[in-house]
Design a protein around this ligand. Structure first.
Ligand code: TPP
Length: 310
């Protein structure tokens, strides 16, 4: 909706760092959430269950879209890969959406502790997006419906703009790929505007995705064949993301190219689920986890006195 300045670019970058940190803290920590002392084994959850790989890209897309569409009350974000729940949850927390339905999720130290400890925890939050998440109507474990849901939400609502993040693995499902035909069927002044964003992070669990192995030209032609205009976005460059959002493009289909698990430990490059699975028992992995968490410099982004510094 607007051209963003240097201050907003800086704030988007900070928001991504905050949400990345909160993702890692949710996945691993049951104590010492602000890292005020060196990590100990007792700080680590006994059962590490969740997904890291997709989360950074979700945080990048969310932060960029949120800033761009900030003044548009009719904007909706739909997330395809519901296993990226810790990223969605971090963003809903920062936006105080979670607090609206859960009074414990306050935007302060207590809220951070509550958010992180209760992720993937008995009687706490689940590991995937689910109907207890604000704005979520389906269980997020089954891939494929995001784009169809977006077109459904836009039916009869021309005022709505709906961005939908689709995993490149998800786009291999029959449901998702066939939903691209909805552009031809449902593009009308009577319906909302749908903005698909392909999260091209290259992998689905332990294998490369088909779309990541296609050449840029092949992928462009496939997307054009469905009537969209392919627009490539470098997932590492906020400036690039904001600049393409500002371009006036007919039926854009963004391809956000990203490295899966970016920011995580190098030797678990492209990890889908939890890297450092032995962090509760291995000194080496505990140390690596601490380095990973400290790499976000959360102390520059949150303090007890000032709260979140965005
Ligand atoms: C219909 C369906 N088939 C298979 C799975 C198992 N599954 C869970 S995550 C995943 C990989 C998803 O890859 P992608 O959509 O690219 O997401 P990302 O790599 O960003 O995690 C698969 C195949 C599923 N959840 N749903």
């Amino acid at each position: 909706m607007s051209t963003v300045g240097i201050a907003e670019i800086d704030s988007i970058k900070k928001r991504i760092r905050i949400c990345d940190y909160l993702v890692v803290a949710q996945l691993f920590l049951q104590d010492n959430f602000l890292l005020e002392r060196p990590l100990e084994f007792s700080d680590i959850k006994a059962r590490l269950l969740g997904h890291w790989g997709t989360c950074h890209g979700i945080n990048v897309a969310y932060a960029n879209l949120k800033t761009y569409f900030n003044d548009n009350p009719d904007f909706t974000f739909i997330l395809g890969p519901g296993h990226g729940f810790p990223a969605l949850q971090a963003n809903l927390f920062i936006d105080k959406e979670l607090e609206k339905i859960d009074k414990n999720a306050t935007l302060d130290e207590d809220g951070i502790n509550y958010l992180c400890k209760n992720f993937s925890w008995p009687d706490g939050f689940p590991s995937h997006a689910s109907p207890i998440t604000p704005g979520v109507i389906t269980e997020g474990g089954e891939l494929g419906y995001a784009l169809a849901n977006a077109y459904g939400l836009g039916l009869g609502h021309p005022e709505k703009t709906i961005a939908v993040l689709i995993g490149d693995g998800e786009l291999e499902t029959a449901t998702a790929i066939d939903s691209l035909n909805l552009r031809n069927l449902l593009t009308s002044p009577k319906n909302g505007t749908i903005i698909p964003i392909l999260h091209l992070n290259g992998y689905k669990i332990s294998a490369p995705t088909i779309y990541a192995r296609k050449s840029e030209r092949e992928l462009n032609e496939m997307i054009r064949g469905f009537g969209f205009t392919p627009v490539w976005v470098d997932g590492n460059k906020v400036e690039d993301f904001q600049s393409v959002l500002n371009k006036n493009i007919d039926s854009p289909f963004y391809i956000m190219k990203n490295e899966k698990g970016l920011g995580g430990p190098n030797r678990y490059h492209n990890a889908h689920q939890i890297p450092l699975k032995e962090a509760k028992t291995s000194d080496k992995e505990l140390k690596e986890l601490e380095e990973w968490l400290r790499s976000y410099h959360f102390e520059e982004l949150f303090s007890r006195e000032k709260g979140f510094m965005l």
